[in-house]
Every structure is written in C-alpha cells, then in structure tokens.
Design a protein around this ligand. Structure first.
Ligand SMILES: [Fe+2]
Length: 246
C-alpha cells in the first residue's frame, strides 16, 4: 500500500492512501485549496481516487472534499446521519461498513462526540494482514488529547458521547495499532494537542491524560472545563461545508 499524510494550515492533517498495485485510493479530510495536490499524488502513484471522505462536517476549515470528488468522479462520503443535513448528494457511510480499494480495506467506525456525525477509519493492508494497521481518528482522538465537545451546542452530553465512543470503539483495539489524527498542535479542534502527527493506541492509553480517566463524570467535567476558543468564522465555514452558503 501507499500512505501519505499532508499537513495543512492551522494544524489540520489530511490523508491519501490506497493500493498501488490495483490502482485504487482513498482521500480523507481534504482541505479546500489542496485538491490539486491529491490529483497530482494520484497521478504519481497511478491510482484512481475511489472514495473522498470527510470524518465529519468540519467547523474549523472549509472542506475540499466535495470539489475533489466532483473533479475525479468519486463519491463524496460522510456519515449517513449527514444525508438530511447537507444540501448536496453524499454517499452515506454506515457504522461497520467496509470500503475496498484493491488490497487495502477501510472499515468505518461511527464515533459520535466531537460532532454527532464523527467517524474513524480503520485500515488494513491485506498484503500484510487482515488485522488493521492504523486508524484515522479524525477529531475524536488526538495525540495527547480528544476532540472538543461543544460545537454541536450541548457540551456535557457530547463529552459523554466522546467518552463512550473512545472506550467502546477505540480503546478496544490492539495497543500496537497506529493512530493518525485529524489535527496536530495549532488546531482549535482540541486542547493540549501534541505536535507529533501520529502515535499508537498503547502509547496514548498510557500517556493521554483523558484516556486514563476511567470515571465518565470526571472525564465530562475535565473536557468541558478546557474548551478552546471557537474557530474564527465558524458559522460561515459550517454553512459552506453543508452547502448552504451562497
Ligand atoms: Fe473538527
């Protein structure tokens, strides 16, 4: 398989990966303005972009996902719960669904909390093993942090949902599984993020202060006490990402 991480403005991390042998790839969390980079990388790797996915409707940056999908003729994918919210057609992803791109497979995990539609993507390279090799955690789990819970407007409830998602869907995965998050330091999507753009489930279990909190109420208290400033121009950005802007 091939795998690329792209660091964009404000600590946002995007991903491009897939199967070079069978020429099929996935683009994740594309930032507006970066579409040409993905097209160039696809040409270099001689792959077709089969899926363009956003891990949630972003509030901190305008997505380039829809534009890239239209440009390359791929489905633009969001969690299925966004189908009634966005003003354009999507391919709605279901919890547990598996997307195939040659020998690389991507399993969708619905992990609500940062937003109701947040997903993580569990990726295996069948040439190595059917076991997952890494997980793209979007804004659910960061290196040294977790996603902010307030953007949907009900921070305590959403902090509880992040706790449930992380404990049920992520911390049950093997300790040696690699984590690639949606942001590194510099982002307003979470507090206290590391500048290192990857980690493992095992290392974060030991050293991410939020993951060692096993008491749900204490986790909710701590997470809602440390909420960063809201993203600048959040209303305009969300409207653009929902397709509601003029
Ligand atoms: Fe986010």
């Amino acid at each position: 398989m091939f795998f690329k991480q792209r660091s964009s403005a404000d600590g946002t991390l995007s991903y491009f990966y897939g199967c070079g042998g069978k020429g099929s790839a996935v683009a994740v969390d594309v930032v507006a303005g970066d579409e040409a980079w993905f097209v160039e990388e696809a040409q270099k790797a001689a792959v077709r972009i089969a899926f363009v996915i956003d891990t949630h409707v972003h509030a901190d940056h305008v997505s380039g996902g829809r534009a890239l999908a239209a440009q390359v003729g791929a489905p633009y994918c969001l969690h299925e719960s966004d189908a009634g919210k966005v003003h354009f057609p999507i391919r709605g992803l279901q919890d547990g669904e598996v997307l195939e791109t040659g020998n690389v497979i991507t399993k969708v995990l619905h992990t609500p909390g940062h937003t109701p539609d947040s997903i993580c993507l569990l990726v295996s390279d069948l040439r190595r093993s059917a076991d997952p090799w890494f997980v793209l955690t979007g804004d659910t789990l960061f290196v040294s942090g977790v996603g902010r819970p307030d953007l949907g407007g009900t921070p305590k409830e959403m902090a509880g949902r992040i706790f449930d998602s992380i404990h049920a869907k992520l911390l049950t995965l093997p300790d040696d599984l690699e984590i690639f998050p949606g942001h590194a330091a510099g982002s307003v999507c979470g507090a206290g993020l590391s500048g290192k753009p990857s980690s493992t489930i095992g290392f974060e279990k030991r050293w991410d202060p939020y993951l060692s909190m096993t008491d749900r109420d204490a986790f909710i208290r701590e997470l809602t006490a440390n909420i960063p400033e809201r993203p600048a121009e959040m209303a305009r950005i969300v409207a653009a990402n929902l397709g509601a802007a003029a």
